[in-house]
Design a protein around this ligand. Sequence first.
Ligand code: G3H
Ligand code: 13P
Ligand code: ZN
Ligand code: NA
Length: 279
Amino acid sequence: MTELLQEAEKGKYAVGAFNCNNMEIVQAIVAAAEEESAPVIIQASQGAIKYAGLEYIVGLVRVAAAGSKVPIALHIDHGTSFEQVMRCIREGFTSVMIDGSKLPLEENIALTNRVLDVARAVGVSVEAELGKIGGTEDDVSVSEREASLTDPEEAKIFVEKTGVDALAIAIGTAHGQYKGEPKLDFDRLEKVRQLVDVPIVLHGSSGVPSEAIAKAIKIGVSKVNIDTNLREAFVNRTREVLAANPNEIDPRKILGPAREAMKEVIKEKIRLFGSSQKA
Ligand code: G3H
Ligand code: 13P
Ligand code: ZN
Ligand code: NA
């Protein structure tokens, strides 16, 4: 992942990181990346691993990557325990996120360094998180919002004390569907960009207007995480197919169109991120 993000930084584009939970999603991500000739990151959350099983996720992505012409990184999304992250490395993940964002700064640094010690030895990339990227269900006041956003000075300290490969920051995005339009703190992003020299990651990017995504990439984001938009494409197309064909009993006639819908969304994102034709 580090190589993909360093290229992206140089080329001033971002690599899409898409969450997978099953075979159709993996196939949609890889087909989209190939049609766009784009490098891509496939990521699995702890929830995805619980649902599909660690070996299934790795097996699916291994098969997809082996037959693919584009570079693919397999990344654990929001790994929260040292043990979980180690299991993923052993099974073949090429990249991990250790999310110590709920911890006090020094503990987050210590946990990240513990993961880095092992990851460095085996050539696996590490993403960390500083600041709290909430969910859209969280009702936050202005002062709570300020407290949850990444402090640029802390980001500088964090990167100096860890040398992490990529840093996820909180600038006003949230996981899930937004109720209104998200307000991104671009000044904060610029300050972080000036103070740290590692690739910056934007989480909760589904539902962020395209112009805001483009602006964030222009300022210096090089990995953009998308999950919710894939869920929407999958489920909306499934509903449409079932509504039009209430007697359909062949899962392939339902999941095939859902996979196609996800692929189209991913291709649009890849073009928006500027990673098309960068493989
Ligand atoms: O970061 C959140 C992603 O959308 C993954 O969500 O934990 O429900 O798989 P999940
Ligand atoms: P969205 O579901 O809001 O796109 O967030 C995805 C994400 O940040 C995964 O880590
Ligand atoms: Zn996230
Ligand atoms: Na979102």
